[in-house]
Structure formats: structure tokens, C-alpha cells
Design a protein around this ligand. Structure first.
Ligand SMILES: Cc1cc2nc3c(=O)[nH]c(=O)nc-3n(C[C@H](O)[C@H](O)[C@H](O)COP(=O)(O)O)c2cc1C
Length: 345
């Protein structure tokens, strides 16, 4: 897998450096301090970089490795109403440019999350987003009902897209009617803003983005992992006990980016983009495609400082381009097409 590199070096001569200029000359250039905060459904993030569910534990596991207060937000591992043990091993397999996982949504359960994990998370400047899943609409509601007591939760991220549970999430994420049903019921119950995480394992992402929006989603996260598999040819056995697994990491980025772009064209609610982000340049692609924030996932496993480097790289890029983050989001320049207006929030 590619490791994050200190990319996007300053090049003051690069074309575009004077756009949205607050003045002229190198003195002003040195003085321009971009604003990179963002807002999603009433939640204010100090920067647009979050860590993705299932790749960052409950946050505290990474406290010795990076300064969590520099993150925009932390999306915790998927929580269910009851604790879950997950799938039997092997559950992870490294592939070229990515990884396969079938953890099976192992988690401490909603009550233990409130007791053991939330008190630490609410001390941080990083926003706390709780990823929620269930096997039925009633399960989702039960879990939300418990979590609603959690002071310090900033928003929910509804996982309707996990490919590793047999009768659960994935069914919702691959049927627009069920997407509407579970989102509408969850929105009715949720005390905090509801972000809905979509599956990439569909033919037309715009259909699902619109279904979630019309059912009341406050924002969308996309994407979750792509269904894949790997085989040990010596033994002719699957590399993962679940046989199929979710593919993540740099391998999925171009497809995920295309889906974020298409979803951003299809809906008005904000979008959080993720899939294979390992550098600031990756993140900037998502922001320019229309995402208002991004998440770093698989890269946390091999380079835990990735998210912080991405924050720095976005800051440097915006300073060099003399742009605030809001002036960048969704501003893909397509030759011959009308330029989009900057985002307002
Ligand atoms: C080991 C592992 C566990 C994951 N667990 C969850 C989860 O509990 N809930 C969820 O919505 N997504 C989960 N995901 C998906 C990630 O949050 C993310 O959507 C996906 O990995 C794509 O981003 P990436 O390529 O940056 O990793 C998991 C991913 C991995 C690799």
C-alpha cells in the first residue's frame, strides 16, 4: 500500500496561486490564513478530517500515537444495541493497494459504549460521531434509543452498508425502499443529527443518495467497503473465514471518488467522502468533487499520523491557493461547464 507522503509542496509560481486573492505580492501571501473549519448538519468541525469507523477503535487506542485534539472528528466503531463478538478469524487479509476485512461488527454494545468509551471522547476537541448498525429496523431504533442518553455525541452515522453481516446492514444499503424505511425510522428516533453511510455495492449511487435524503438524512457518508475475496491457492481455501469481505484502501479510491462526485450532484445535503484516502492530495480530490469533509480509514492501520498530515496538507494547499475551505468544496472545473458557486455554511 502507498504510504502518505509529504505531498503538495509549496510552489509559489504555480498557476492559480492568485485566485480569490486577498491582495497582491508575497507579503499578503505569507499573511493569508485560510479558514478550514467545516459544518455538517449543524455540527461544527475545526477541520474537515475525520477518522473512519472501524479503523480507529473508540479513539482512546490512538491517544498515545497522535494528538486527537487536532482531528476534525472521530467516527467510532459500529455500535449495536447488544455487544457482538464478530466473525471468527482470519478476518483481515492484505491485498495489493488495499485490505480485505470481515470483522463482523465486533463491538462493546451501546450501554458499555456510553459507560466506558464516551466519557473520554467528550473531553476532546474532535467531534464524536457514533456509527450505528442493526439487523432489523427495530434493532437500529433500539440502539439509537439507548445512545440518545449519551451526552457528548455530536451526530450518528447510520451504517446501512456493511458487507460482512449476513442478514443485516447490507440488505438495507442495496434496496432503495429499505434504505428509506430504516432512515425514516431512525431520523424519527435520533436525538442527534443523522448521517447515513451508503454502500458502494450498487449500480447507481444517486438513487440511494436521493432515497436517504428524501427519508430525512441530514448528511451522507460514502463509501463503505466493496465486496471482494481472496483465495489461498495452495490449500484452495478462502483467505477470510467469512469467504467474502470488504475491500478498502488506496485500491478503491477512484471508484469511491466517482461515487462521491455523483452523489454530490444528486442531493443537497452535505457529503462526507471516504475511500482510500492516504494523503492530503487524496483528500483534496474528494473536497473538490463535492465532499464537505473526509474520513481517513485503512491508512490509520499502517500510518496512524495520516489524518494529521492530511490536515496540514489541506491547510498548506489552501494557503498557497489563497482559498478558504468553503471556496474549494465542489469546485471541480469541467471545461465548457458553468463553474459552481462556493459552498455556504
Ligand atoms: C477493519 C475495518 C473495520 C470497519 N468497520 C466499520 C464499521 O464498524 N462501520 C462502518 O460503517 N464502516 C466500517 N469500516 C469501513 C470504513 O469505515 C471505510 O468506510 C472503508 O474502509 C473505506 O475507507 P478506507 O479505504 O479509507 O479504509 C471498516 C473498515 C475496516 C478496514
Amino acid at each position: 500500500m502507498k504510504s502518505p507522503s509529504p505531498n503538495l509542496k509549496r510552489n509559489p509560481k504555480e498557476p492559480g496561486d492568485t485566485e480569490h486573492s486577498a491582495g497582491t505580492g508575497s507579503r499578503q501571501s505569507a499573511e493569508f490564513v485560510p479558514r478550514i473549519h467545516t459544518e455538517i448538519a449543524g455540527v461544527h468541525f475545526q477541520n474537515p478530517v475525520l477518522t473512519a469507523s472501524g479503523t480507529f477503535g473508540y479513539g482512546q487506542e490512538f491517544a498515545q500515537l497522535i494528538d486527537l485534539n487536532c482531528l476534525g472528528g472521530i467516527v467510532v466503531k459500529g455500535i449495536s444495541a447488544e455487544p457482538m463478538p464478530g466473525n471468527p478469524p482470519p478476518r483481515i487479509y492484505e491485498t495489493e493497494s488495499g485490505m480485505l476485512n470481515a470483522i463482523g461488527l465486533q463491538n462493546v454494545g451501546a450501554h458499555e459504549f456510553l459507560k466506558q468509551k464516551l466519557p473520554f471522547l467528550r473531553t476532546l476537541k474532535a467531534r464524536c460521531i457514533v456509527n450505528v448498525f442493526g439487523y432489523s429496523t427495530a434493532d437500529y431504533i433500539r440502539c439509537l434509543d439507548i445512545l440518545n442518553a449519551g451526552d457528548g455525541i455530536d451526530a450518528y452515522e447510520l451504517n446501512i452498508s456493511c458487507p460482512n453481516t449476513r442478514c443485516g446492514g447490507m440488505i438495507y444499503g442495496s434496496d432503495p425502499k429499505l434504505t428509506e424505511e430504516v432512515v425514516a425510522a431512525s431520523k424519527h428516533t435520533a436525538r442527534f443529527p443523522l448521517y447515513v453511510k451508503l454502500s458502494p455495492n450498487v449500480t447507481d449511487i444517486a438513487v440511494f443518495a436521493r432515497a436517504a435524503e428524501s427519508a430525512g438524512a441530514d448528511a451522507l457518508s460514502l463509501v463503505n467497503t466493496f465486496v471482494g475475496m481472496a483465495i489461498d491457492v495452495e490449500n484452495r481455501t478462502p483467505r477470510i473465514s467469512n469467504v467474502t469481505a470488504g475491500l478498502s484502501g488506496p485500491a478503491i479510491k477512484p471508484v469511491a471518488l466517482r461515487m462521491v462526485y455523483q452523489a454530490a450532484q444528486a442531493v443537497k445535503i452535505p457529503i462526507i467522502g471516504l475511500g482510500g484516502i492516504a494523503t492530503a492530495e487524496d483528500a483534496l480530490e474528494y473536497l473538490i468533487a463535492g465532499a464537505r469533509a473526509i474520513q481517513v480509514g485503512t491508512a490509520n492501520f499502517y500510518a496512524p499520523e495520516t489524518a494529521l498530515r492530511v490536515v496540514e496538507g489541506i491547510q498548506d494547499y489552501c494557503a498557497r491557493k489563497r482559498l478558504h475551505l468553503a471556496d474549494l468544496i465542489g469546485t471541480l472545473r469541467i471545461p465548457g461547464a458553468e463553474p459552481r458557486k462556493p459552498t455556504e455554511y
